[in-house]
Ligand binder design. Structure first.
Ligand SMILES: *[C@@H]1O[C@H](CO)[C@@H](O)[C@H](O)[C@H]1NC(C)=O
Length: 287
Protein backbone atom coordinates (compact mmCIF):
# COMPACT_ATOMS: atom_id res chain seq x y z
CA UNK A 1 0.00 0.00 0.00
CA UNK A 2 2.71 2.43 0.99
CA UNK A 3 4.73 1.62 -2.11
CA UNK A 4 1.71 1.98 -4.32
CA UNK A 5 0.85 5.33 -2.80
CA UNK A 6 4.39 6.55 -3.15
CA UNK A 7 4.43 5.47 -6.76
CA UNK A 8 1.30 7.42 -7.50
CA UNK A 9 2.62 10.39 -5.63
CA UNK A 10 5.86 10.36 -7.54
CA UNK A 11 4.08 10.09 -10.84
CA UNK A 12 1.65 12.88 -10.03
CA UNK A 13 4.45 14.93 -8.66
CA UNK A 14 6.45 14.54 -11.83
CA UNK A 15 3.46 15.54 -13.95
CA UNK A 16 2.34 18.43 -11.81
CA UNK A 17 5.67 19.92 -10.97
CA UNK A 18 6.02 20.76 -14.62
CA UNK A 19 2.83 22.82 -14.41
CA UNK A 20 2.70 24.78 -11.20
CA UNK A 21 3.81 22.83 -8.16
CA UNK A 22 7.05 23.56 -6.43
CA UNK A 23 8.46 20.32 -5.14
CA UNK A 24 12.15 19.69 -5.24
CA UNK A 25 14.06 18.95 -2.05
CA UNK A 26 15.34 22.22 -0.72
CA UNK A 27 18.92 23.20 -0.17
CA UNK A 28 19.32 25.76 2.50
CA UNK A 29 20.70 28.73 0.61
CA UNK A 30 18.38 28.39 -2.37
CA UNK A 31 15.19 28.29 -0.43
CA UNK A 32 15.77 29.67 3.05
CA UNK A 33 17.02 32.79 4.75
CA UNK A 34 18.40 33.31 8.21
CA UNK A 35 15.92 35.20 10.37
CA UNK A 36 17.87 35.29 13.60
CA UNK A 37 21.60 35.04 14.46
CA UNK A 38 23.50 34.06 11.32
CA UNK A 39 26.51 33.31 13.53
CA UNK A 40 24.60 30.45 15.19
CA UNK A 41 23.62 28.66 11.98
CA UNK A 42 26.10 26.42 10.20
CA UNK A 43 25.55 24.69 6.88
CA UNK A 44 26.67 21.10 6.64
CA UNK A 45 26.93 18.63 3.77
CA UNK A 46 27.18 21.42 1.15
CA UNK A 47 24.01 23.13 2.27
CA UNK A 48 21.84 20.06 2.50
CA UNK A 49 21.85 20.00 6.27
CA UNK A 50 22.13 22.68 8.91
CA UNK A 51 23.09 22.97 12.50
CA UNK A 52 21.35 25.39 14.86
CA UNK A 53 23.12 26.52 18.00
CA UNK A 54 21.79 27.89 21.26
CA UNK A 55 24.14 29.38 23.80
CA UNK A 56 23.90 32.06 26.43
CA UNK A 57 24.36 34.81 23.86
CA UNK A 58 21.58 33.74 21.45
CA UNK A 59 19.31 31.19 19.85
CA UNK A 60 18.71 31.28 16.10
CA UNK A 61 16.22 30.71 13.34
CA UNK A 62 15.57 30.43 9.62
CA UNK A 63 12.60 30.72 7.28
CA UNK A 64 11.66 29.86 3.73
CA UNK A 65 12.03 32.65 1.19
CA UNK A 66 8.63 31.88 -0.30
CA UNK A 67 5.23 31.20 1.19
CA UNK A 68 3.00 28.30 0.20
CA UNK A 69 -0.70 27.58 -0.08
CA UNK A 70 -1.59 24.03 0.94
CA UNK A 71 0.73 21.08 0.50
CA UNK A 72 3.07 19.13 2.71
CA UNK A 73 6.22 20.23 4.45
CA UNK A 74 8.50 17.66 5.97
CA UNK A 75 11.96 17.70 7.43
CA UNK A 76 14.27 15.44 9.33
CA UNK A 77 15.31 16.82 12.69
CA UNK A 78 17.74 15.59 15.30
CA UNK A 79 17.03 17.33 18.56
CA UNK A 80 19.33 18.60 21.30
CA UNK A 81 20.70 15.53 23.15
CA UNK A 82 21.29 14.93 26.84
CA UNK A 83 20.15 17.65 29.21
CA UNK A 84 17.91 19.77 26.95
CA UNK A 85 15.60 21.06 29.68
CA UNK A 86 14.41 24.59 28.97
CA UNK A 87 15.26 24.49 25.28
CA UNK A 88 12.61 24.62 22.57
CA UNK A 89 13.21 23.56 18.99
CA UNK A 90 10.38 24.51 16.65
CA UNK A 91 9.21 23.90 13.12
CA UNK A 92 6.11 25.76 12.03
CA UNK A 93 4.14 27.32 9.23
CA UNK A 94 3.10 30.92 9.69
CA UNK A 95 1.19 33.42 7.57
CA UNK A 96 3.06 36.27 9.24
CA UNK A 97 -0.07 38.39 9.38
CA UNK A 98 -0.86 40.13 12.66
CA UNK A 99 -4.38 39.76 14.04
CA UNK A 100 -5.49 37.22 11.43
CA UNK A 101 -2.51 34.93 11.74
CA UNK A 102 -2.68 31.34 10.58
CA UNK A 103 -0.03 29.14 12.15
CA UNK A 104 0.66 25.41 12.46
CA UNK A 105 3.20 24.64 15.18
CA UNK A 106 5.48 21.79 16.07
CA UNK A 107 7.37 22.64 19.27
CA UNK A 108 9.83 20.19 20.79
CA UNK A 109 10.20 20.82 24.49
CA UNK A 110 13.48 19.60 25.92
CA UNK A 111 13.85 17.72 29.17
CA UNK A 112 16.37 16.54 31.71
CA UNK A 113 18.60 13.67 30.65
CA UNK A 114 16.59 10.47 30.41
CA UNK A 115 13.19 12.22 30.67
CA UNK A 116 10.97 12.19 27.60
CA UNK A 117 10.87 15.01 25.07
CA UNK A 118 7.42 16.50 24.67
CA UNK A 119 6.00 17.58 21.31
CA UNK A 120 3.54 20.41 21.59
CA UNK A 121 1.34 21.21 18.60
CA UNK A 122 -0.87 24.23 18.19
CA UNK A 123 -3.09 25.63 15.47
CA UNK A 124 -3.95 29.25 14.85
CA UNK A 125 -6.78 29.90 12.44
CA UNK A 126 -7.59 33.47 11.60
CA UNK A 127 -5.82 34.90 14.63
CA UNK A 128 -7.20 32.42 17.16
CA UNK A 129 -4.82 29.88 18.73
CA UNK A 130 -4.98 28.34 22.23
CA UNK A 131 -5.35 24.83 20.80
CA UNK A 132 -2.37 23.14 22.43
CA UNK A 133 -1.92 19.41 22.53
CA UNK A 134 1.09 17.59 23.95
CA UNK A 135 2.48 14.19 23.15
CA UNK A 136 5.42 12.45 24.80
CA UNK A 137 7.58 10.82 22.13
CA UNK A 138 8.00 7.04 22.17
CA UNK A 139 11.65 7.22 21.08
CA UNK A 140 14.68 9.38 21.80
CA UNK A 141 14.48 12.14 19.17
CA UNK A 142 18.03 13.25 19.90
CA UNK A 143 19.59 9.87 19.14
CA UNK A 144 18.84 10.08 15.43
CA UNK A 145 17.00 12.00 12.72
CA UNK A 146 13.24 11.53 12.55
CA UNK A 147 10.80 12.94 10.03
CA UNK A 148 8.28 15.55 11.11
CA UNK A 149 5.66 16.67 8.62
CA UNK A 150 2.60 18.81 8.29
CA UNK A 151 0.01 18.02 5.64
CA UNK A 152 -2.36 20.88 4.86
CA UNK A 153 -5.18 20.61 2.36
CA UNK A 154 -8.80 21.72 2.04
CA UNK A 155 -10.00 18.79 4.16
CA UNK A 156 -7.71 18.66 7.15
CA UNK A 157 -4.35 19.41 8.71
CA UNK A 158 -2.32 16.44 9.93
CA UNK A 159 0.86 16.49 12.01
CA UNK A 160 3.01 13.41 11.50
CA UNK A 161 5.96 12.02 13.44
CA UNK A 162 7.62 9.62 11.04
CA UNK A 163 4.57 7.88 9.51
CA UNK A 164 2.43 8.30 12.60
CA UNK A 165 -0.28 10.97 12.76
CA UNK A 166 -0.18 12.64 16.15
CA UNK A 167 -2.75 15.33 15.47
CA UNK A 168 -5.62 15.95 13.10
CA UNK A 169 -7.47 19.25 12.71
CA UNK A 170 -10.43 18.81 10.42
CA UNK A 171 -11.96 21.47 8.30
CA UNK A 172 -15.06 22.12 10.39
CA UNK A 173 -16.12 25.31 8.72
CA UNK A 174 -19.59 23.81 8.48
CA UNK A 175 -19.70 24.02 12.28
CA UNK A 176 -18.44 27.56 12.34
CA UNK A 177 -14.82 26.67 13.19
CA UNK A 178 -12.19 28.80 11.47
CA UNK A 179 -9.94 26.91 9.06
CA UNK A 180 -6.72 28.23 7.52
CA UNK A 181 -7.33 28.49 3.80
CA UNK A 182 -7.08 32.11 2.71
CA UNK A 183 -3.45 32.91 3.50
CA UNK A 184 -0.20 31.43 2.30
CA UNK A 185 2.27 30.38 5.00
CA UNK A 186 6.04 30.39 5.21
CA UNK A 187 8.11 27.60 6.77
CA UNK A 188 10.02 28.56 9.92
CA UNK A 189 12.44 26.94 12.34
CA UNK A 190 13.98 28.17 15.55
CA UNK A 191 15.97 26.97 18.51
CA UNK A 192 15.66 29.09 21.61
CA UNK A 193 15.57 29.28 25.39
CA UNK A 194 12.14 29.08 27.01
CA UNK A 195 12.87 27.81 30.47
CA UNK A 196 10.15 30.02 31.95
CA UNK A 197 7.52 27.55 30.63
CA UNK A 198 8.87 24.72 28.50
CA UNK A 199 9.93 21.95 30.86
CA UNK A 200 7.59 20.84 33.63
CA UNK A 201 5.83 24.17 33.29
CA UNK A 202 9.01 26.15 33.91
CA UNK A 203 10.23 24.27 36.98
CA UNK A 204 13.25 22.85 35.16
CA UNK A 205 15.73 25.54 34.13
CA UNK A 206 18.37 25.49 31.41
CA UNK A 207 21.72 24.21 32.62
CA UNK A 208 24.04 26.60 30.81
CA UNK A 209 27.05 24.56 31.85
CA UNK A 210 25.84 22.08 29.18
CA UNK A 211 25.78 24.78 26.46
CA UNK A 212 26.13 25.13 23.53
CA UNK A 213 23.03 23.17 22.53
CA UNK A 214 22.74 21.89 18.96
CA UNK A 215 19.83 20.75 16.79
CA UNK A 216 20.21 19.43 13.24
CA UNK A 217 17.93 19.66 10.21
CA UNK A 218 18.11 17.94 6.85
CA UNK A 219 16.01 16.74 3.91
CA UNK A 220 13.67 19.68 4.09
CA UNK A 221 10.97 18.97 1.54
CA UNK A 222 8.30 21.50 0.71
CA UNK A 223 5.61 20.50 -1.74
CA UNK A 224 2.96 23.11 -2.20
CA UNK A 225 1.81 26.05 -4.28
CA UNK A 226 4.45 28.74 -4.08
CA UNK A 227 3.29 32.29 -3.46
CA UNK A 228 3.94 34.37 -5.45
CA UNK A 229 3.25 31.83 -8.18
CA UNK A 230 0.47 30.63 -10.44
CA UNK A 231 -2.70 31.98 -8.83
CA UNK A 232 -4.88 29.00 -9.72
CA UNK A 233 -2.48 26.42 -8.26
CA UNK A 234 -3.94 26.39 -4.73
CA UNK A 235 -7.44 25.52 -5.90
CA UNK A 236 -6.32 22.83 -8.34
CA UNK A 237 -7.99 19.58 -7.16
CA UNK A 238 -5.31 17.58 -9.00
CA UNK A 239 -2.59 18.64 -6.55
CA UNK A 240 -1.54 15.33 -5.00
CA UNK A 241 -2.11 16.49 -1.42
CA UNK A 242 -5.78 17.12 -2.24
CA UNK A 243 -6.28 13.60 -3.60
CA UNK A 244 -8.63 10.99 -2.16
CA UNK A 245 -5.83 9.29 -0.22
CA UNK A 246 -5.10 12.52 1.65
CA UNK A 247 -8.61 13.68 2.49
CA UNK A 248 -8.88 11.50 5.59
CA UNK A 249 -6.60 9.12 7.47
CA UNK A 250 -6.40 5.67 5.92
CA UNK A 251 -7.03 2.59 8.07
CA UNK A 252 -3.40 2.14 9.09
CA UNK A 253 -2.97 5.83 9.94
CA UNK A 254 -6.23 5.82 11.92
CA UNK A 255 -4.98 2.85 13.93
CA UNK A 256 -1.66 4.51 14.66
CA UNK A 257 -3.43 7.74 15.56
CA UNK A 258 -5.64 5.92 18.07
CA UNK A 259 -2.53 4.34 19.58
CA UNK A 260 -0.95 7.77 20.07
CA UNK A 261 -4.16 9.19 21.53
CA UNK A 262 -4.42 6.31 24.00
CA UNK A 263 -0.79 5.99 25.02
CA UNK A 264 1.11 9.19 24.44
CA UNK A 265 -1.12 12.25 24.71
CA UNK A 266 -0.34 14.04 27.96
CA UNK A 267 -2.32 17.23 27.40
CA UNK A 268 -5.27 18.12 25.21
CA UNK A 269 -6.95 21.53 25.37
CA UNK A 270 -10.17 19.80 24.35
CA UNK A 271 -10.20 18.00 27.70
CA UNK A 272 -9.02 20.89 29.86
CA UNK A 273 -12.23 21.79 31.69
CA UNK A 274 -10.58 24.37 33.94
CA UNK A 275 -9.55 26.28 30.86
CA UNK A 276 -12.58 25.54 28.71
CA UNK A 277 -15.66 24.76 30.81
CA UNK A 278 -17.44 24.52 27.48
CA UNK A 279 -15.23 22.68 24.99
CA UNK A 280 -14.48 24.58 21.79
CA UNK A 281 -16.71 23.48 18.89
CA UNK A 282 -13.96 21.65 16.99
CA UNK A 283 -13.53 19.39 20.03
CA UNK A 284 -17.14 18.28 19.98
CA UNK A 285 -17.02 17.51 16.30
CA UNK A 286 -14.68 14.56 16.80
CA UNK A 287 -11.81 13.83 14.49
C1 LIG B 1 9.72 15.93 31.17
O1 LIG B 1 9.78 14.85 32.06
C2 LIG B 1 8.78 14.87 33.06
C3 LIG B 1 9.06 13.74 34.01
O2 LIG B 1 9.11 12.49 33.34
C4 LIG B 1 7.41 14.73 32.37
O3 LIG B 1 6.39 14.84 33.35
C5 LIG B 1 7.24 15.87 31.34
O4 LIG B 1 6.03 15.67 30.62
C6 LIG B 1 8.41 15.88 30.38
N1 LIG B 1 8.33 16.94 29.39
C7 LIG B 1 8.35 18.26 29.67
C8 LIG B 1 8.39 19.16 28.51
O5 LIG B 1 8.35 18.73 30.79
Amino acid sequence: MAIFTNGVVLLLWALLSAVCVWGRPATFLQDFRVTWAQSHITQLDRGRAIQLRLDQSSGCGFASKLKYMFGRVSMKIKLVPGDSAGTVTAFYLNSDTNYVRDELDFEFLGNRTGQPYTVQTNIYAHGKGDREQRVNLWFDPAADFHTYSILWNHHHIVFYVDEVPIRVYKNNEGRGVAYPKMQAMGVYSTLWEADDWATRGGLEKIDWSKAPFYAYYKDIDIEGCAVPGAAECASNPRNWWEGGAYQALNALEARRYRWVRMNHVIYDYCKDRSRYPVPPPECLAGI
